[in-house]
Design a binder for this molecule. Structure first.
Ligand code: GLU
Ligand code: ZN
Length: 316
């Protein structure tokens, strides 16, 4: 297939070498958990002599916090985690997502869905399927037509339908995680036909992340284990869209004292980067969490020296 012309400046192909990225959602400042993902992906890129890109995932506009993107960038720089190339904002890339959606539509693997959450819950209940409270509902295929055709996709302003991918039967995805080893997921039974554009016109994370990683030529995705369960969906989309599959490495999560993932919802406190001394304390905590040992622990170590030692010590 022909890759949609990228609007990004200097899109390099994966053949240019290692290209990694950190892709925070600007729902708040960096906390201990997001710093682990930033540091792990930065170290992996630097160790491999690669590029490290920063992408702000500000698609879900209602959840974005004004000023958070700037704050995240300031925190990263205070920690010495500098990026290569221009920062990419997903909110400015709607055209690229629309093109990918159009492409999937031409391939006849999309269909419109008018189900509300309640309709889906009812359909599942009448089929005797219970969804545990904090789990995503597996879409039962209510709106899926028997014969898939290419449908006219309304413009973004049309607020009625969601667009779902029509998964083939036995859609079983297998991949190797560089840290966790072999992984697999049956998308039919564990996920169901998933949404690529929501009924409010927003493109979903699954679609955007796949399009951006491909157009930015990302070769290595290093991120938190909370995202592991999305990987099979993303690999499947890459295959349908004819993109190259990157390598994956999922890092251990930082849990709070109740064993829950740190996030804005659990009121994770932002890291303290007010000066070099405090930023280094945060970096040391993150490295400790990544299981890194024998890093310089002296009082007078600079962040630059510490990051250099950490890069040497990094083993993915
Ligand atoms: N924006 C996503 C998040 O902050 C991460 C996306 C990714 O690394 O694939 O959870
Ligand atoms: Zn539906």
């Amino acid at each position: 297939m022909i890759l949609a012309v990228s609007k990004l400046k200097n899109p390099s192909s994966p053949a240019d070498g290692y290209r990694g990225r950190f892709a925070p959602s600007p729902t708040g400042p960096l906390h201990a958990g997001s710093l682990v993902a930033a540091l792990g992906s930065w170290l992996d890129a630097r160790k491999n002599g690669g590029k490290w890109l920063l992408r702000i995932e500000d698609l879900d506009t209602p959840r974005c916090v004004p000023g958070a993107a700037q704050q995240i960038q300031a925190q990263l720089l205070a920690c010495g985690l500098s990026w290569d190339e221009e920062v990419v904002y997903q909110s400015l890339r709607q055209d690229a997502y629309q093109r990918a959606l159009q492409r999937l539509n031409e391939l006849k693997c999309l269909y419109p869905c008018t189900c509300s959450r309640q309709t889906i819950a009812n359909a599942l209940a009448s089929a005797g399927i219970q969804t545990p409270r904090n789990q995503e509902m597996i879409y039962p295929g209510t709106c899926r037509p028997i014969n898939l055709v290419s449908n006219p996709i309304e413009t973004l302003g049309d607020l009625k339908k969601a667009w779902r991918i029509a998964l083939p039967q036995n859609c079983h995805v297998e991949f190797q995680d560089l840290a966790l080893g072999p992984q697999s997921q049956n998308l039919n039974t564990e996920v169901g036909d998933f949404v690529l554009r929501r009924s409010d016109g927003l493109f979903t994370y699954q679609l955007a992340v796949v399009v951006d990683d491909a157009e930015q030529g990302i070769t290595h995705i290093v991120r938190g284990q909370d995202l592991l369960s999305n990987t099979a969906r993303q690999i499947y989309l890459q295959e349908v869209l004819g993109y190259k599959r990157p390598e994956y490495l999922h890092l251990p999560l930082v849990l709070d004292e109740h064993g829950e993932k740190l996030s804005k919802q659990t009121l994770a406190t932002q890291i303290n980067t007010q000066d070099e001394k405090h930023a280094l304390i945060e970096l040391r905590k993150a490295a400790n969490h990544l299981g890194m040992k024998n890093l310089p622990d002296g009082e007078n170590v600079t962040i630059t020296e510490w990051l250099l030692a950490a890069t040497h010590a990094w083993q993915s």
